[in-house]
Write a protein that binds this ligand. Structure first.
Ligand SMILES: Cc1cc2nc3c(=O)[nH]c(=O)nc-3n(C[C@H](O)[C@H](O)[C@H](O)COP(=O)(O)OP(=O)(O)OC[C@H]3O[C@@H](n4cnc5c(N)ncnc54)[C@H](O)[C@@H]3O)c2cc1C
Length: 377
């Protein structure tokens, strides 16, 4: 293999694989490639891994991948919370419950994993494999570097505000829903709105709060509560698309009063922690799918290739699945010094159908939510 040798990795400007974005997809890919001795540079525009809240609910697909690579126990050591049930509530009472299917070997309905636990555990394992492992924080990808034939040969970055470039055989865009790699490579996604936006808030859980997903129907829109590791409740409240400005013109107390009416046991925590509109964070909900996930020396994964809505909690898990598949393709390509780029197209060929099925499933779940709710009465 003519790939970069470990001893040469401290040459900061050359690498086999440059991964843009240290989210779940980029971090896992970096680990899996380092495990095989393939040199990587992972860049992250943030100064640390403690990002703003993102997807933190692991499903059986994501769990299986982390277990397959021996990573789940390290994440568990930092803290994770298996959720025991999905509950559908109305005015303070449970209408319907869904339990793990024991016949299928399920032991939970999802696992809450704080994203910094997931990312830190994988980063620590990668550093254990390769002390020269490079993750560069405060480094933002600003453009693509081209050789004299116009072929993509690396990326331009700003590291701590200073322009620099990184040459690489392969560039992986793992840089999320507003991917700069995707934009610069001309891989335009098809964007779809879903008729709703989402308000998020996080409050301490009341005493005796069991680990579960709790759902309620609020004026025909979904209100979901996720128990979180560390004794918190994450609130995800669907509101009409682009309706937040209008909502904010209304008095706050009656709005938040609906939350307490649906879940009376939250009254004290809501009173103490959700006191005005600024205690909510607005997420503009959209999904996207890139018609092509790879071009030239560039390949996209995770949200950069396919952004999902929060419905069904697929996004984090899909990013992990992409990284798992892409690592195998890149390991194969490394054996031939990345001379052939055909394998990059295989990621979409292998993963595209399942991703599109999940995107369609989200639309179906969103449109049938109220109908499903009424069937529980
Ligand atoms: C509010 C919210 C709730 C969600 N809930 C769930 C859930 O419960 N379960 C679930 O499975 N999914 C959920 N998702 C989706 C999930 O968070 C994403 O699908 C997942 O994080 C995608 O991982 P990723 O690695 O592809 O990208 P990301 O996690 O978005 O990571 C991309 C990284 O790239 C970095 N970056 C971006 N641009 C640049 C640049 N130019 N240069 C350098 N670095 C850059 C970013 O800082 C970021 O760290 C949720 C998403 C949101 C927004």
């Amino acid at each position: 293999m003519n790939s970069m040798k470990m001893a040469e990795i401290n040459d900061l400007s050359h690498t086999d694989v440059c991964i843009v974005g240290a989210g779940p997809g980029g971090m896992l890919l970096s680990y899996l490639l380092n495990q095989q001795g393939i040199s990587t540079v992972l860049i992250e525009r943030q100064p640390h891994l403690h990002k703003s809240f993102r997807g933190e609910l692991l499903n059986t697909d994501g769990e299986a991948i982390l277990k397959k690579h021996g990573l789940y126990t390290h994440i568990q050591e930092l803290g994770a919370l298996p959720l025991e049930q999905i509950q559908y509530w109305k005015e303070g009472n449970i209408l319907h419950t869904i339990d793990p299917d024991l016949n299928k070997g399920e032991r939970h309905v999802g696992i809450h994993v704080p994203q910094d636990h997931l990312l830190e555990a994988i980063m620590a394992q990668t550093q254990g494999l390769n002390p020269l492992y490079q993750i560069r924080f405060n480094t933002v990808m600003t453009g693509l570097l081209r050789d004299k034939n116009g072929s993509i040969a690396g990326i331009n970055v700003r590291q701590n505000g200073v322009p620099a470039s990184i040459r690489a055989s392969i560039i992986v865009g793992a840089d999320g829903r507003y991917s700069a790699v995707r934009k610069h490579a001309g891989l335009t996604p098809e964007i779809r709105k879903h008729g709703y936006d989402l308000l998020w808030a996080r409050i301490p859980a009341p005493a005796g709060w069991e680990p579960a997903v709790r759902m309620a129907s609020m004026d025909g829109q979904q209100l979901a509560l996720f128990s979180q590791y560390g004794g918190y409740v994450q609130i995800g409240w669907n509101i009409p698309e682009a309706g937040y400005a209008k909502l904010r013109e209304q008095p706050f107390a009656p709005f938040v009063g609906k939350l307490v009416a649906a879940f009376p046991c939250l009254a004290d925590s809501v009173a103490a922690h959700i006191r005005n509109w600024s205690d909510f964070v607005l997420l503009s909900v959209e999904s996207s799918y890139s018609a092509k996930w790879a071009v030239d020396h560039v390949v996209l994964l995770g949200d950069a290739a396919h952004t999902m809505t929060p419905t069904g909690a697929f996004g984090l898990n899909a990013a992990l699945e992409d990284a798992d598949v892409l690592s195998e393709l890149l390991i194969h390509m490394a054996k031939e010094d990345f001379r052939s780029l055909e394998a990059l197209q295989q990621l979409q060929a292998i993963r595209g159908t399942k991703v599109q099925q999940q995107l369609a499933r989200q639309v179906e779940m969103e449109s049938s939510f109220q109908q499903r709710y009424e069937s529980f009465r």
